[in-house]
Ligand binder design. Sequence first.
Ligand code: MG
Length: 243
Amino acid sequence: MKRIFLTAVCIVVWINSYAQITQPEASEVWEPEPRVVHVDSDNWIPSDATVLFDGTDLSQWESTNTGGPAEWTITDDFMTVKAGTGNIQTKASFGSMQLHIEFRTPSVIEGEGQGRGNSGVFFQKRYEVQVLDSYKNRTYSNGQAGSVYKQYLPLVNASLPPGKWQKYDIIFDAPEFNKDGIKVRSAYLTVFHNGVLIQNHVEVLGTTEYIGFPKNIAHTEDKIMLQDHSNPISYRNIWIRNL
Ligand code: MG
């Protein structure tokens, strides 16, 4: 009797598993259903984005030097670095995100190499994706536009000529540190420059230092910072999606 029962169980299990590999429904996932995000086809801003700059004012930004109001200049729908006023940063802090930002290097070429159209987008105030006029402007490859500064050169140079609006779409995965201050997960960056993939999920080695090597000192969520490198770079249409 026991043997008959066990045989019956085996047959049921076999039929069940056979059904699982022959029915298409067996590998379908219905829950959860991804929530709907609407995209405004006028400006392509997703409905769940946090807009950090829409051209109106710098109310979501502050001076890195003073913590007071950001002093960069607003003209029409864009802001421009006011040389000497220093970097600006968001008032809010962020972790992992998708960032969209548009920038324009000066139409009148001044300087060369790192001195021509230099600025930068810093994630958590530590990890710089370089902004530079890299249109026919040679410099060290891991310091040109779209580089993860002094860590990764861009896969290609997708720069437009001076004076043209360009865009970065960046995915930043924030690093993680344990309670002892040890990094347990690196940051990662993926960067599209004018729609072209130039950084493909690269592992950020630590802070992007001008001199010396990356550092990995524990930190929490922090601000997005834009660099005043004394060149009048303009920015517009900045938004993020928290990930
Ligand atoms: Mg820079």
